[in-house]
Design a protein around this ligand. Structure first.
Ligand SMILES: [Zn+2]
Length: 354
């Protein structure tokens, strides 16, 4: 961090974290105001989730480790239904609904034991894409492989005149395309037809994602905000800093636990984790736009739209231009916030009122 802070002003003429945020197609002011919007407008939801955890786990005081554990106690029957078998085949079916045929795309898939969820590497944009996914099972595995397929579609279709432009797409859009695909599984129409769930199970799956996202987005915001403040002053006590940011978002005693030390992003891929928050905003905004235009079953027309407005994009347009052209407005947190809040009428009523 200290070295990067020295190199930033020397070669980029600005603070390292500002330079990196700009390269990642955002800026600190806008990012932190989205974080604040997400945190404050989902506060009642999050509080309700904490009380529910406390009640169901029967603990007097919630600890940070309870939060993550809690989600593993929800819908275990769905975990076995969405096992390891057929996850890639189902992913290709989801893509097929949109008119994308993975058997004709230059994508190599490998499922193996690795120490992270998944990674998709463009060896050669449009010609050779490698997709690597860790051998998990259940919802997480199905979700990850869908996410990676979004990267693979993007790297297969990106159309730009030069390598520099192909390679310099806005990262929130690339991660957002991953999340756009991953969200497909939580659409009842797809959960029931492609993933073989009953409509009750599909609503349970959807509700589980909503609850878990209320927690996991806060974790991502902790990781990102901690990193930005760490670069502001690498001399400060990171234990104290992490604790402050952690309890601000998670509302539990974080026990000065120093878990930031295990996060490989900080060393290897600095100023990246905010992309996952922006990706979630992107995905809900894109789903909203496609629902408006094509109804609940987007079909090939929806796929063509996704292709023409997003999947072919690299670095020629800014993120704002891409969002304006694809959704009619700049990137916004409002669709994500709406998704994180409870649907009082229930998922079934929502799909009827399309
Ligand atoms: Zn990704």
């Amino acid at each position: 961090m200290k070295l990067r802070n020295q190199l930033g002003p020397r070669y980029a003429g600005e603070h390292f974290s500002d330079f990196m945020l700009r390269r990642r197609a955002t800026n600190r002011q806008e990012l932190l105001s989205w974080f604040e919007q997400i945190r404050t407008s989902t506060e009642p939801e999050y509080r309700a989730l904490l009380s529910r955890m406390q009640r169901e786990l029967r603990v007097e005081k919630l600890e940070p480790w309870d939060l993550e554990y809690y989600f593993s106690t929800l819908s275990p029957e769905l975990e076995s239904k969405l096992g390891l078998e057929g996850a890639w085949k189902r992913t290709t079916k989801v893509a097929g609904l949109l008119g994308f045929d993975f058997s004709r795309l230059p994508v190599d898939v490998k499922i193996t034991d690795i120490t992270f969820g998944g990674y998709t590497m463009p060896i050669w944009y449009g010609k050779e894409i490698k997709l690597l996914v860790s051998k998990h099972t259940g919802i997480r595995f199905a979700d990850t492989i869908l996410h990676e397929s979004g990267h693979a579609l993007h790297f297969s279709f990106v159309q730009e005149p030069t390598f520099i432009l192909r390679d310099n797409y806005p990262p929130p859009m690339d991660e957002g395309l991953g999340q756009t695909m991953s969200l497909m599984m939580f659409r009842p129409e797809i959960a029931t037809t492609v993933y073989g769930l009953s409509s009750d199970e599909a609503s349970i799956l959807n509700e589980r994602r909503r609850l878990e996202s209320n927690y996991s987005l806060r974790v991502l915001m902790v990781q990102s905000e901690f990193e930005l403040e760490a670069y502001d002053n690498p001399q400060q006590d990171f234990t104290v800093l992490y604790d402050r940011v952690c309890s601000k978002y998670l509302d539990v005693d974080c026990h000065q636990s120093n878990t930031w030390g295990y996060d490989p992003f900080y060393a290897a891929i600095p100023i990246y984790q905010q992309n996952y928050v922006l990706a979630e905003m992107f995905a809900y905004q894109v789903h909203h736009t496609l629902d408006q235009r094509f109804g609940r079953n987007w079909g090939r027309e929806g796929g063509s739209y996704l292709h023409d407005k997003f999947l072919i994009r690299g670095g020629s347009l800014t993120l704002d231009q891409i969002m304006q052209q694809g959704t009619g407005e700049g990137l916004s947190a409002k669709y994500l916030v709406a998704a994180l809040k409870a649907q009082p009428t229930g998922a079934a009523a929502k799909s009827e009122s399309k």
